[in-house]
Design a binder for this molecule. Structure first.
Ligand code: NOJ
Length: 798
């Protein structure tokens, strides 16, 4: 049962764990890392957040309104497992938890997070337990396997209890008003089947319309439990808790009709194990439509057969393996390989499915369009068809005038129009990227409903978004910043209707360049000419009015004063207006290099780049909420991974390979000291505290849900290794650390596989001397569209 994790990836380990030999798992060897180190197990619909001790919660499609498992008291540092397995030694009466936490008695412990699953292995009193949690592909469920082995020399009489903490439907209400909401629960218990639903459901605010929750949760197992219980109060008892549930004082869980006010799903099995003997059960917690369909009955029957679980496990492994295989790299740096080949992809797909919404720490966010588009961009080379499907879904969240919805949820909920002005532009960027990858031009003519009635094509939505942006001009002729752009909490710069964004000007400039080939293909030349004129106007304004001698200012306030300008005591330089000047190629090389140098000089830290500097220490109403964050935290001077990853791209675009990789390494999570950083070493966090945070500098926060995953992935494939999809092939422009003498990339493209082998014998940063395609020298650096299933490309740098 126990698997050993030899560490051969070469990637560094932390005090609390290490990557597995193949890099596909992170193995946590100490049950007490500085924070819960978690995993997202998901098939895109059902999602289970699962910490290294089984903590977390679960939901179906939307964490706000279709909650399944409770988010317990884990909001800060504690982590009460939502999935718990108690063991009771019937001879001695001793109780412990196979998860180790919360009772904390254990002899050995190891947790393994992998793609779509988490394994927890522990032993105590010579009883070895393995818990396997996974979310199968194609089934709205989480599956648990409990495996016990008696490693002692005598027979053991044990009780095994599994506990799932339920919170059904609108999680905020259920948790804030548990007693009242409990009055709407409906639950049934029959032999080996628990069914629960909620009769009063709504998705927004208080409403007099009381529709039942359209879903129900069922639980069943392959090995029928002798007893089941649903009443939380009866399980824990008054004045007791997870450490000492009252029901475990007795031989059996109490019998009787369910009292479903406060719901748990508890099973009890009493077993006898001879020395060396094992016992196993599988349990499913599944979501079904709340109706009586015969397929539900069939599903329940199949969930009582072990073969169902093994088949589901196999399919899930195959899904993830195929995803891993779609793009693979091999570089001289194990940390980069391990991230790129496994964990960056796992994080990226999680973000892609649910946006930045279902966090372990913050609640109530909705999947924002800006983020969803960037995640789709990240996923494009991995699974273009999934990215395309998501972009089609996002296309439903536009208004006729080019405005976008703030959120684009998975449950057809009408969210409000966005205050943030930049959202529709990210859609253009993602669609253009998707088209270069797939050539699927048909998507442009596909029509989707508008939020305010009627419908329009994807292409029309793209144009409407740009038209709107072009119309929003301030006193300098720059785009109006309105309620904010990428920097959400800089929300007051344009509150009076005049504030302008320099970053947005650069972004619009880029977006026009991105849409140009599409408009040419559409023969929309008159409109294109208008866009080009606006782009040139923006270039002029940015260069003539926004260059501050060493860098670009970030914005102009309503009163016309610049934000992010030299000589200002606080916030004198903001990262994005430098980075995106480069990405948009809006200025000459010397300015682009100068502002990149300024970024490193003023915002550089050992962990990456801060969002701005010096951090604000006083509230500035003319800038907004960003100035209220504690100095060095969040957008106010924290080391912002997402913004840093944009800057990796910028450095590579300037041909500065050494610099790009130097920054890349600093952003990598495993290069940080876990005892200071706290967060997982296998996924990116949104930020870690910056220098202005004093002794807290380096503390990570907002793990997992960040655009960093998308941008670090594409920064490596497209800009450092430098293989980029274009309309008619793959452009090859490596920009690397001269120490990289040999590296590889394998990627799919338009139905074929391309195996790239890069040789850099002279140790240059950039420049291609020769490309050999399938044994023949190639003119130029564009690999043509595929003509056979596999193409082999040797790239000689120099
Ligand atoms: C978090 C948001 O999800 C992201 O879209 C935004 O750009 C950053 N905050 C920066 O403010």
């Amino acid at each position: 049962m126990r698997r050993t994790g030899r560490k051969t990836t070469g990637s560094r380990s932390s005090r609390y764990g290490h990557f597995s030999a193949d890099g596909a798992e992170y193995v946590i060897t100490n049950p007490y890392p500085p924070r819960p180190w978690i995993n997202y197990l998901t098939n895109g619909d059902y999602c289970a957040l699962c910490s290294h001790v089984g903590g977390g919660y679960a939901f179906y499609k939307d964490h706000r309104f279709h909650s399944v498992l409770a988010r317990g008291e884990h909001q800060r540092t504690s982590d009460l497992p939502a999935r718990l397995v108690y063991i009771k030694d019937e001879d001695t009466g001793e109780i412990w938890t196979a998860n180790v936490h919360p009772i904390g008695k254990f002899t050995t412990f190891e947790a393994r997070h992998g793609a779509g699953y988490t394994l927890i292995q522990s032993s105590y009193r010579s009883v070895a337990v393995q818990l396997r949690f996974f979310v199968p592909q194609g089934m709205d469920a989480e599956m648990w396997s409990v495996d016990l082995c008696n490693r002692s020399r005598s027979e053991r009489r044990l009780s095994v209890y599994t506990l799932a903490e339920l919170a059904l439907g609108n999680v905020a209400l259920v948790q804030h008003e548990p007693f009242y909401q409990g009055l709407f629960h409906e639950a049934r218990l029959s032999r080996n089947l628990l069914t629960a639903t909620h009769k009063f459901h709504f998705t927004e605010g208080w409403s007099e319309i009381c529709d039942p929750w359209p879903l129900r949760v069922i639980a069943t197992s392959t090995c029928p439990p002798q007893r089941m219980l649903m009443d939380r109060a009866a399980f824990f008892g008054a004045f007791r808790g997870h450490h000492n549930p009252a029901a475990l004082d007795e031989e059996w869980l109490p019998r009787g009709a369910p009292t479903p006010r406060d719901l748990v799903a508890v099973n009890q099995w009493r077993i006898r194990l001879a020395p060396g003997e094992s016992w196993q059960t599988h349990i499913a917690l599944a979501v079904q439509a709340n109706n009586d369909s015969t397929s539900h009955v069939a599903q329940i029957k199949s969930l009582r057969r072990p073969a169902t679980y093994e088949r589901a496990w196999k399919n899930t492994r195959v899904f993830w393996q195929e995803l891993f295989d779609s793009v693979q790299i091999e570089t001289p740096e194990p940390d980069i390989n391990v991230m790129m080949n496994h964990w960056n992809k796992i994080q990226l797909i999680t973000n892609f499915y649910f946006g930045r919404a279902p966090s372990y720490y913050h609640k109530s966010q909705m999947p924002a369009m800006r983020d969803c588009c960037q995640d789709a961009f990240g996923v494009v080379p991995l699974r273009p068809e999934l990215a395309g499907a998501n972009l089609r879904r996002i296309a439903r969240f536009f208004f006729a005038d080019g405005q976008a919805c703030a959120g684009c949820n998975r449950i057809d909920l009408r969210e409000k129009a966005a205050i943030k002005v930049d959202l529709p532009l990210w859609f253009v960027l993602a669609i253009a990227d998707y088209l270069r990858e797939t050539g699927d031009m048909g998507i442009l003519d596909e029509r989707f409903p508008l939020m305010d009635g009627g419908e329009s094509s994807v292409y029309e939505k793209m144009l409407a978004g740009i038209d709107r942006m072009i119309g929003l001009r301030g006193p300098h002729g720059l785009p109006l910043i309105g309620g904010g752009d990428w920097n959400d909490p800089a929300n007051r710069i344009g509150a009076g209707g005049k504030g302008e964004s320099v970053w947005l000007a650069e972004f619009v400039y880029l977006v026009i360049a991105e849409i140009e080939p599409i408009m040419r293909a559409k023969k929309d030349l008159d409109k294109l000419a208008v866009y080009r004129r606006r782009a040139e106007e923006l270039r002029k304004i940015v260069n003539e009015q926004c260059w501050d001698g060493q860098w670009f200012v970030r914005a102009f306030r309503d009163d016309g004063q610049p934000v992010g300008a030299r000589g200002q005591e606080e916030g004198s330089i903001w990262i994005n207006s430098q980075t995106w000047a480069v990405i948009a190629d809006i200025s000459d090389q010397s300015r682009l290099n100068a502002c990149t140098d300024a970024v490193e000089r003023h915002l550089g830290t050992p962990y990456g780049l801060t969002n701005l500097g010096p951090a604000y220490t006083r509230y500035d109403r003319s800038i907004g909420r960003i100035t209220c964050f504690r100095a060095g935290w969040k957008e106010n001077g924290a080391v912002f991974s997402h913004a840093s990853s944009f800057n990796v791209v910028a450095r590579a675009m300037l041909g500065r390979g050494r610099d790009a990789l130097d920054l890349y390494r600093r952003i990598l999570p495993m290069t940080k000291d876990s005892t200071r950083y706290f967060m997982e070493p296998y996924v990116y966090a949104q930020f870690c505290a910056g220098p202005a945070a004093g002794h807290e500098m380096g503390q990570g926060a907002y793990h997992w849900l960040t655009g960093t995953a998308a941008w670090m992935f594409r920064a490596m494939t497209d800009y450092i290794i430098g293989v980029r999809a274009e309309w008619n092939g793959l452009r090859v422009r490596p920009v690397v650390d001269p120490a990289w003498k040999h590296f590889k990339l394998s990627r799919q493209f338009r139905g074929s596989r391309y195996e790239f082998n890069f040789l850099n014998p002279r140790g240059v940063e950039t420049g291609v001397r020769q490309i050999i395609l399938d044994g023949e020298p190639l003119e130029g650096d564009l690999i043509p569209l595929p003509t056979q299933p596999v193409h082999r490309v040797t790239v000689k740098m120099g």
